[in-house]
Design a binder for this molecule. Structure first.
Ligand SMILES: C[S@@+](CC[C@H](N)C(=O)[O-])C[C@H]1O[C@@H](n2cnc3c(N)ncnc32)[C@H](O)[C@@H]1O
Length: 198
């Protein structure tokens, strides 16, 4: 498996508010860890954005944004607006700092939220670097929410029962094999399953 540690494939973590008097259902929220943190190298980010044909008209959603690099690069390089979502507070803080340092904090927003609950209807491009089981868990959310023409770009992992419109395989600047998948929402979810409108 490329780069993502196999042992962290599927974790179900409990997030508890220690200041709450008891571990009640309100104090503890079950959340899905969709993938461990592993950064997409910058040259691979560039390839993802080019594969998704990102322009200044786009709104790029990165589900599991880590340090925010994908939406920050989309804003810096193409003037796109972006929304990064992560379940870990420290990544949201880091992303916000990085966006300010990069001078694109007017274009990008970071949300501390479970990606499984995100409203994707404003997105024109969705980026993913998760793992196979979690991309498949996101599939119904993407299918039900994205507009026709929305590009979905995944680093490494496919999405169960979706045939990609395009697959790029290459060796990155660090000498690692990489695979990127592109899907294009064609309207009804069925068209995504059949390979989109490429
Ligand atoms: C492999 S990293 C990808 C980071 C970044 N997108 C990149 O490509 O450099 C996956 C990220 O997903 C986040 N994550 C895991 N489960 C999540 C969930 N349920 N909702 C939102 N983010 C999640 C992790 O905290 C981590 O930052």
């Amino acid at each position: 498996m490329p780069l993502l540690p196999a042992i962290l494939l599927r974790l179900r973590a409990r997030s508890c508010n220690s200041s709450a008097p008891a571990r009640s259902s309100q104090a503890c929220m079950t959340r899905y860890i969709l993938a461990p943190y592993v950064a997409t190298p910058d040259d691979v980010v560039d390839r993802m954005l080019r594969l998704g044909k990102v322009t200044s008209k786009d709104v790029v959603y990165d589900l599991g944004c880590g340090d925010g690099r994908i939406v920050i690069a989309a804003a810096q390089q193409f003037g796109a607006r972006g929304v990064g979502v992560d379940i870990e507070p420290h990544w949201i803080e880091e992303s916000q700092r990085n966006a300010e340092l990069a001078g694109v904090d007017q274009l990008v927003t970071f949300k501390l939220q479970d990606a499984l609950t995100v409203d994707l209807s404003p997105a024109t491009v969705v980026t993913l670097y998760l793992v196979e089981w979690s991309t498949s868990k996101l599939r119904p959310i993407i299918e039900s929410a994205v507009k026709p023409g929305t590009r979905i770009v995944s680093h490494s992992f496919g999405i169960e029962s979706w045939a990609p419109a395009k697959v790029e395989r290459f060796v990155d600047a660090g000498g690692h094999d990489r695979t990127l998948h592109l899907w294009i929402a064609g309207g009804p979810a069925q068209q995504l399953r059949e390979g989109g409108n490429s």
